[in-house]
Design a protein around this ligand. Structure first.
Ligand SMILES: [Zn+2]
Ligand SMILES: [Zn+2]
Length: 265
């Protein structure tokens, strides 16, 4: 399983290239994109032909996590005749938000097959995605992505033959106001891709986000193999942020940037 960092920014930043959240996960023939925030479409399109995506999963309805679905929709609608379609799984009313932006009730439906997200498990090609409700907005989710019951070669394989329960998988926090909400998703050996909006901390009271010490404690108690940090707000120092995670977690820690690529499994 391979992870490409397409966009790793927060809602706004003075850091050049800090586009909105977008993380491409590929295993065998299946590719999914976790979030598609502002400015992320161009790098996505340089990395994979976007109409080949099996799905886009949207963690919550903040524009830094979903607004480049507009660019994806236009691409699918106007680059191909007939237009192509991509499955989009996100919080309820995602399609209505996109439609309202264009004052066009059919805007999303022209090219996006939008499905409502719920806590549970979704099979997408060779991947299996587990979802969990996360405190942030009223309808926010975290994801665990791992090789699924169907192998890369297309043969049906029972879960225990592939060691699904033990990992390794990729857990993505989305935006998160309570780290404990992620505990049920993380298996020992997983890679934790976590937001760290408030750097070394502390989190400003009332902000539903995480800081480094909180992420470090989360990784340590769940047995994560490594931590990839993202969504760092402007004004926070990267090294101090990484050090604040390392205070609580012994494994590898790094702050990701667009263009980074990782082998997960
Ligand atoms: Zn965000
Ligand atoms: Zn958010």
């Amino acid at each position: 399983m391979h992870l490409d960092i397409i966009g790793a920014g927060p809602a706004y930043s003075d850091r050049e290239g800090a586009t909105g959240a977008a993380y491409l996960v590929r295993f065998g023939e299946t590719a999914v994109c976790l979030d598609l925030g502002h400015g992320a479409f161009a790098r996505l399109a340089r990395t994979i032909e976007p109409s080949r995506l099996a799905a886009v999963l949207v963690s919550h309805l903040h524009p830094d996590h979903f607004i480049d679905l507009v660019a994806l929709r236009h691409y699918l609608r106007w680059e191909f005749k007939p237009s192509r379609r991509v499955r989009v799984i996100g919080p309820r009313s995602l399609d209505a938000r996109l439609d309202a932006l264009h004052a066009d009730p059919g805007f999303s439906a022209h090219a996006l097959d939008v499905e409502a997200l719920a806590a549970g498990t979704i099979a997408i090609g060779t991947l299996r995605v587990e979802t969990a409700r996360i405190r942030h907005t009223a309808d926010s989710y975290g994801f665990r992505v791992a090789p699924g019951a169907k192998g890369a070669e297309g043969a049906d394989v029972r879960d225990h033959d592939r060691g699904i329960a033990a990992g390794p998988g990729l857990v993505y926090s989305g935006d998160c106001g309570r780290a404990e909400d992620l505990d049920p998703l993380i298996r020992p050996g997983d890679t934790l891709l976590s937001e760290v909006s408030f750097g070394p901390g502390p989190v400003v009271p009332g902000a539903e986000h995480l800081d480094g010490p909180t992420v470090g404690r989360l990784a340590a108690r769940t047995g994560a193999a490594r931590v990839l940090l993202t969504h760092l707000q402007m004004g926070y120092d990267a090294h101090a942020t990484i050090d604040s995670v390392r205070t609580h977690f012994d494994g590898p820690v790094q702050l990701v940037t667009p263009g980074d690529a990782f082998a997960i499994a």
